[in-house]
Design a protein around this ligand. Structure first.
Ligand SMILES: Cc1cc2nc3c(=O)[nH]c(=O)nc-3n(C[C@H](O)[C@H](O)[C@H](O)COP(=O)(O)OP(=O)(O)OC[C@H]3O[C@@H](n4cnc5c(N)ncnc54)[C@H](O)[C@@H]3O)c2cc1C
Length: 330
């Protein structure tokens, strides 16, 4: 019996969020009076050397008593189905009390797959957990704009821990964990999705790291309308972003979308043109240091939240800003 924490890794690096999950798992394991175990699926190389050995040591620093290393010829890289099948088989094999992972895209994906396979409930992005009967859990919803209290009745609770909801803290007394190799049985259905190759999509400044983001919404009106935003972003050393109305219309790719289901940004300056500022957009933009809204509607939510606002047609204002920058630089 144990509480099993799934450790997430990619290209030889352990996800920081997994240390948060281990910290939360240690607390829960103590409340449940059970052992804290960790599992690494598809480790890069041998458990006795390299990154895998370092992660096993790290898991021990966070109190894991046993680290299960899941290996199989088919486990070449990340695959949500294969990871879920492996962890579920391991949980059955070790009679795990509960399974935890980090509340990242991958953590949530793997746990959701486990829940579907086990026909069991799953609580994503938990912040606080009381292990009574049933378990009472507070979890983050809507990209952080809503906290929800839920009750979970399950023979084997499945949870992810909200990223940044718990600070990662090593155990007071580190453990030298036992290492157990586990070989799952995987079939074709477990291998339908697997990372096989990687292409670098963007280099240099990205939406998530750009100091200036010039975003357009439905008010831009067309894919061609973004040319003026591209020009301004280029002059300011920034990148173009957009709202979901824009990606839904096929004017820009989803990689440009700011928001709950897009990218969270934190630029020095966010220029939001023709964007109403719906909550799902706002949660992705609210970490911006300064916001300039350009909107024809003085009542728009984005105008109310912005540091500066221009109430006018963006098709006049954006080229005018670019022209003024050109004039001053010439
Ligand atoms: C589960 C879920 C997840 C979502 N995730 C996201 C997300 O990640 N990101 C996101 O953006 N949305 C997301 N949405 C959609 C969100 O609710 C809004 O529908 C969307 O953000 C609206 O986009 P918009 O502001 O471009 O369009 P609108 O709300 O239609 O606003 C257009 C704005 O443009 C202004 N305007 C029009 N013409 C001009 C002009 N010529 N000059 C200046 N201003 C003009 C209007 O006054 C208006 O304020 C999500 C919704 C759901 C349900």
């Amino acid at each position: 019996m144990s509480l099993l924490v799934v450790l997430e890794h990619d290209r030889g690096a352990l996800a920081e969020a997994s240390l948060e999950a281990l910290t939360a798992g240690r607390d829960l394991a103590a409340k449940l009076d059970t052992a804290l175990d960790a599992v690494i699926v598809a480790p890069p190389g041998d458990a006795s050397a390299g990154p895998t050995a370092a992660w096993i040591d790290e898991a021990g620093r966070y109190g894991a008593e046993t680290v299960h290393v899941v290996v199989a010829d088919q486990l070449i890289d990340y695959g949500p189905d294969a990871a879920a099948a492996s962890v579920l088989q391991l949980a059955d094999d070790t009679d795990a009390d509960a399974v935890l992972a980090a509340g990242t895209d991958r953590g949530n994906e793997v746990l959701a797959q486990i829940a579907a396979r086990a026909d069991a409930p799953f609580v994503a992005n938990a912040l606080a957990v009381d292990v009574g009967d049933p378990w009472s859990i507070t979890r983050v919803q809507w990209g952080g704009s809503l906290l929800e209290d839920v009750q979970l009745s399950s023979d084997r609770p499945l949870l992810t821990v909200a990223h940044h909801g718990v600070a990662a803290e090593p155990a007071v007394e580190p453990v030298e964990p036992a290492v157990a190799v586990f070989e799952p049985e995987l079939d074709e259905a477990d291998l339908v999705t697997m990372v096989c190759d990687r292409d670098v999509l963007s280099q240099g400044v990205t939406l998530a790291t750009a100091p200036v983001v010039v975003s357009g919404g439905r008010g831009v009106g067309s894919a061609e309308g973004f040319e003026a935003l591209e020009e301004l972003a280029g002059m300011l050393g920034g990148v173009v972003g957009c709202s979901r109305a824009v990606t839904n219309n096929g004017w820009r790719p989803h990689t440009d979308q700011v928001g709950q289901t897009g990218t969270r940004i934190a630029p020095d300056i966010y220029i939001a043109a023709g964007i109403s500022g719906a909550i799902q957009h706002w949660v992705g933009a609210m970490a911006s240091k300064r916001i300039l809204a350009i909107n024809t509607d003085p009542e728009a939510n984005m105008v109310a939240k912005a540091d500066y606002a221009v109430i006018a047609d963006l098709h006049e204002i954006i080229p005018a800003i670019s022209a003024e920058i050109r004039r001053r630089r010439s």
